[in-house]
Write a protein that binds this ligand. Structure first.
Ligand code: 5GP
Ligand code: MN
Length: 342
């Protein structure tokens, strides 16, 4: 049995909306990851099974290693189909905002979502949700939004209507937001849920391979290169890796190729904090990814030095300047946070 994590009044409120809704739009964050797509498609499969007209819309493309997911071909990319997406958003009865806590996380889609008269619900696990939805289901103690979707559907009384395809999507989001159940994954109820998803016929080992073992040769060579350039700061128990646009070009870089790189330095004994600086291909900025193990607060450092945020152990931000300047800021941050890194 699962603990009743989501408040009953919110389940009842959403159930009312859901029963009455014909058109439902599900939106998730820019640079969609496994949990963004997994939770969105998990809810999408369920809502479709109830006869709703449902669309998943995300701001931009998601990585190739998620494209096997059932329903992924129907995910609408806002940057390519803006007009159609704007119409769906404006005409929706209910908009479900998944896996983000602030309207700016859906980029240009934000205006359309805010302007829509639809009823809006936020379902998310990031800290400090903004107040732009009538129902806010926010649980930072839960490791993925996909898990929250499973809990929501079950609490609405529809476990039996979760299909194998829906279960695959939910499992994928739970798996990717915990690094294959290697962090944020000590809640035993996670394994109860996995057991329930297995009862739907999912092949969890195959899902792992489809997500983590389908890289291109050039991606693996890029990884080797990035690691060969890594800087370790033993006195700070930290490591830094980086990737310029020039370096990306010499390895036929495509979006998603550096996914997961930031976690690798954490496999060094004694390193508890890892930073990855990547020059963005579209915007003139450097994308910052931060990861830690234990109690080091990546989100505080991200907010203070890189205008970002996120979770304690996984955060991000942006830097407008050169790679060299970004490195300097990172080193200043290390100095300031040294007491927490020991
Ligand atoms: P990633 O390193 O995978 O891009 O991001 C890890 C986590 O950091 C995300 O799940 C999100 O919570 C947070 N994050 C990433 N980039 C940003 C950002 O620019 N701003 C904020 N507030 N959070 C971010
Ligand atoms: Mn997530």
């Amino acid at each position: 049995m699962l603990t009743k994590v989501i408040e009953q009044s919110k389940i009842d409120h959403f159930t009312k909306w859901f029963d009455r809704a014909e058109k439902i739009v599900i939106v998730s964050h820019v640079g969609p990851d496994g949990d963004a797509i997994g939770s969105s498609l998990g809810l999408w499969h369920f809502a479709c099974s109830q006869g709703k007209t449902v669309h998943v819309i995300v701001p931009n493309a998601f990585p190739d290693f998620l494209k096997w997911m059932p329903g992924s071909k129907d995910v609408l990319l806002y940057d390519r189909y803006k007009e159609f997406a704007d119409k769906l958003i404006a005409e929706a009865d209910v908009i479900c905002c998944l896996d983000f806590n602030a309207i700016h996380r859906i980029d240009a889609m934000g205006d359309a979502v805010l302007a829509s008269p639809a009823r809006k619900i936020l379902i998310d696990h990031h800290l400090h949700p903004e107040d732009f939805c009538r129902i806010i289901i926010s649980h930072p103690e839960i490791s993925s939004t996909s898990e929250l979707i499973f809990r929501l559907i079950c609490r609405m009384g529809y476990f039996s209507d979760i299909s194998k395809e829906g279960a695959e999507c939910i499992y994928t989001g739970m798996m990717t937001d915990t690094g294959g159940f290697t962090y944020n994954s000590n809640n035993r109820e996670i394994y109860f849920i996995i057991s329930e998803l297995l009862s739907k016929g999912i092949d969890k080992d195959a899902i792992y391979r489809k997500v983590y073992n389908t890289y291109s040769e050039s991606r693996l060579r890029l990884m080797g290169y990035v690691l060969s350039q890594m800087k370790v700061y033993p006195d700070y128990h930290a490591a830094l890796i980086s990737l310029t646009k020039k370096e990306q070009n010499s390895f036929d870089y495509i979006r998603g190729d550096s996914e997961g790189f930031v976690n690798i330095p954490l496999s060094i004994k004694g390193v508890v904090f890892s930073c990855f600086l990547r020059e963005d291909t579209e915007k003139p900025m450097i994308k910052i990814s931060l990861r830690s193990v234990g109690t080091f607060p990546c989100n505080r450092l991200a907010a203070e030095f890189f205008g970002g945020g996120g979770h304690l152990n996984a955060s991000g931000g942006e830097f407008y300047g050169t790679m060299e300047e970004a490195r300097k800021v990172f080193e200043q941050a290390l100095e300031k946070y040294k007491p927490l890194l020991l």
